[in-house]
Design a protein around this ligand. Structure first.
Ligand SMILES: *[C@@H]1O[C@H](CO)[C@@H](O)[C@H](O)[C@H]1NC(C)=O
Ligand SMILES: *[C@@H]1O[C@H](CO)[C@@H](O)[C@H](O)[C@H]1NC(C)=O
Ligand SMILES: *[C@@H]1O[C@H](CO)[C@@H](O)[C@H](O)[C@H]1NC(C)=O
Ligand SMILES: *[C@@H]1O[C@H](CO)[C@@H](O)[C@H](O)[C@H]1NC(C)=O
Ligand SMILES: *[C@@H]1O[C@H](CO)[C@@H](O)[C@H](O)[C@H]1NC(C)=O
Ligand SMILES: *[C@@H]1O[C@H](CO)[C@@H](O)[C@H](O)[C@H]1NC(C)=O
Ligand SMILES: *[C@@H]1O[C@H](CO)[C@@H](O)[C@H](O)[C@H]1NC(C)=O
Ligand SMILES: *[C@@H]1O[C@H](CO)[C@@H](O)[C@H](O)[C@H]1NC(C)=O
Ligand SMILES: *[C@@H]1O[C@H](CO)[C@@H](O)[C@H](O)[C@H]1NC(C)=O
Ligand SMILES: *[C@@H]1O[C@H](CO)[C@@H](O)[C@H](O)[C@H]1NC(C)=O
Ligand SMILES: *[C@@H]1O[C@H](CO)[C@@H](O)[C@H](O)[C@H]1NC(C)=O
Ligand SMILES: *[C@@H]1O[C@H](CO)[C@@H](O)[C@H](O)[C@H]1NC(C)=O
Length: 308
C-alpha cells in the first residue's frame, strides 16, 4: 500500500517577475492556509502544492484531470514533491490533484478601482482620476481611452474641464499576460452647467478730454468657473464693430468677472456706443446694455441707456 501525503503551501503577497526570482521554491515560503481542499489566491500570487510520495514513486500532478508538465509556468520539483506556480494566472483556476488528494485553486481577479471625482465638475477646474486594482496585478499595463496626456498612464488628467467634457466617457483598461481578458471600467464625466446670467457696463457719468477712461463690463455666471477662466469669452464693440482690447479679466469670486476696456487720453473720435458681450465657450452669447459716450464742448458724457 502506498501512502501519499498532500499539503499545500501559499505565500501571501505579490511576487514580481524578474530574473532573480527564478528560484521558485525559495520565494514561495511555507504557510498552511488550505481549508477543506479549497484555496483562494489573487492573480499574480505564488502558490506551492506539496505531495510527498513514497521513496520509489514519482509525483504526477494533474489540473482538472489533465497531466501538468514541468515548464516555465509550472515548476515541479521531484525531490521536494512540490508544484510551484510563481505567478498565478487567471486560467490557473481548477482542481489540482496528486494521486488521491486534491485541492481546488480559485484565482481571484481584483476589480478596477477608480479614484478621484468625475461628477459635478466645475468648468475651468483641473481633475485627476486614477485607475488601479487592489492588489495590483504584476506586470500589468493601465491605459485610458481616450488616452491621458499624462505620462503616468494610471492617471487621467483633465485640465481645464470644459462644458464640452460633459457626458464624455473614459474607459480604463488593465491588461496583463496573466489575464485571459483585459479588465475594463468606464466612467462618464459630468460637468456642472454654467452660463452667463447677466452683463452690465459701468462707467463714470462724464470724462474730460485727455482723461484715461475705464469702462468696466461685469459678467455674472450661474455657476462658478475657475481657476482657469479661458472658457469665458468676452467681446467688446464700438458702434457694433468689434474692437480689440488688451483687457484683463479679474474676479473676486468665481461667479462674477470684470473685463475692463481702457481708452487712454480720450479724444472726440472715441465718441460712440460701447457694448460688451460674454459667453462660455462662445455659445449663448449674452449682450450687455449699451453705453453711449457723447461728446460735449469740453466733456465726455457717459450715459447708460437701454436700447434695442
Ligand atoms: C523501493 O525500491 C527498492 C529497490 O528497488 C526496494 O528495496 C524497496 O523496498 C522499495 N521501497 C518501497 C517503500 O517500496
Ligand atoms: C523542472 O524544470 C526546472 C527548470 O525549469 C528544473 O530545475 C527541474 O529539475 C525540473 N523538474 C523536473 C521534475 O523535471
Ligand atoms: C527541489 O527541492 C529540494 C528539497 O527541498 C531542494 O534541495 C532543491 O534545490 C529543489 N530544486 C529546485 C530546482 O528548486
Ligand atoms: C477546471 O475546472 C474548473 C471548474 O470545475 C473551471 O472553472 C476551470 O476553468 C478549469 N480549468 C482548466 C484549466 O480547465
Ligand atoms: C477534484 O478531483 C478529485 C479527483 O478527481 C475529485 O475527487 C474531487 O471531487 C474534485 N474536486 C472538485 C472541487 O472538483
Ligand atoms: C468585484 O465586483 C463584483 C461586483 O461588484 C463583486 O461581486 C466581486 O466580489 C468583486 N471582486 C473583488 C475581488 O472584490
Ligand atoms: C493619482 O496619482 C497621482 C500620482 O500617481 C497623484 O499625484 C494624484 O493625487 C492621484 N489622484 C487621485 C485623485 O488620487
Ligand atoms: C451633483 O450636484 C447636484 C446638485 O448640486 C446634486 O443633486 C447631485 O447629487 C450631485 N451629484 C453627485 C454625483 O455628486
Ligand atoms: C448627458 O446625459 C444625460 C443623461 O444621459 C442627458 O439627460 C443629457 O441631456 C446629456 N447632456 C448632454 C449635454 O449631452
Ligand atoms: C492560460 O493563459 C496563458 C496566457 O495567459 C496561455 O498561454 C495558456 O495557454 C492558457 N492555458 C490554458 C489551459 O488555457
Ligand atoms: C493716462 O495714461 C497714460 C499712459 O498710460 C499716462 O501717461 C497718463 O499720465 C495718464 N493720464 C491721466 C490723466 O491719468
Ligand atoms: C469689478 O467691477 C466693479 C464695478 O466697477 C467693482 O466694484 C469690483 O470691485 C470689480 N471687481 C474686480 C475683481 O475687479
Amino acid at each position: 500500500m502506498e501512502v501519499w501525503f498532500f499539503s499545500f503551501v501559499l505565500v501571501f503577497g505579490i511576487s514580481f517577475a524578474s530574473a532573480e526570482n527564478q528560484d521558485l521554491v525559495d520565494t514561495c515560503s511555507l504557510s498552511n492556509d488550505e481549508t477543506e481542499g479549497f484555496i483562494e489566491v489573487y492573480i499574480g500570487e505564488c502558490v506551492t502544492f506539496q505531495c510527498t510520495p513514497d521513496e520509489n514513486d514519482t509525483v504526477q500532478w494533474e489540473l482538472n484531470g489533465t497531466e501538468i508538465s514541468n515548464d516555465t509556468h509550472y515548476n515541479i520539483n521531484a525531490t521536494s514533491g512540490t508544484l510551484t506556480i510563481q505567478e498565478v494566472r487567471s486560467n490557473d483556476t481548477g482542481n489540482y490533484t496528486c494521486d488521491l488528494e486534491s485541492t481546488f485553486l480559485y484565482v481571484k481577479i481584483p476589480n478596477i478601482t477608480i479614484i478621484g471625482q468625475y461628477t459635478n465638475l466645475t468648468v475651468g477646474s483641473s481633475v485627476s482620476i486614477n485607475c488601479t486594482t487592489v492588489p495590483s496585478i504584476p506586470g500589468s499595463e493601465v491605459q485610458w481611452d481616450p488616452p491621458s496626456t499624462n505620462s503616468d498612464s494610471n492617471e487621467l488628467i483633465i485640465d481645464p474641464v470644459m462644458l464640452s467634457h460633459n457626458n464624455n466617457t473614459f474607459t480604463c483598461e488593465v491588461s496583463s499576460d496573466l489575464l485571459a481578458m483585459s479588465l475594463t471600467e468606464s466612467i462618464t464625466i459630468s460637468v456642472l452647467d454654467t452660463s452667463v446670467s447677466f452683463v452690465t457696463v459701468q462707467s463714470l457719468s462724464s470724462y474730460v478730454i485727455g482723461d484715461n477712461v475705464s469702462i468696466v463690463c461685469t459678467i455674472s455666471l450661474t455657476n462658478a468657473i475657475g481657476p482657469d477662466v479661458s472658457s469665458l469669452v468676452v467681446n467688446w464693440f464700438k458702434d457694433d464693430e468689434p474692437i480689440t482690447t488688451d483687457d484683463i479679466i479679474t474676479s473676486d469670486s468665481l461667479l462674477t468677472f470684470n473685463s475692463t476696456l481702457t481708452l487712454t487720453q480720450v479724444s472726440p473720435t472715441d465718441a460712440g456706443v460701447y457694448t460688451c458681450n460674454a459667453s462660455i465657450n462662445g455659445s449663448n452669447i449674452f449682450p450687455s446694455i449699451k453705453t453711449l459716450i457723447v461728446t460735449q464742448t469740453y466733456y465726455w458724457d457717459i450715459m447708460q441707456q437701454c436700447s434695442v
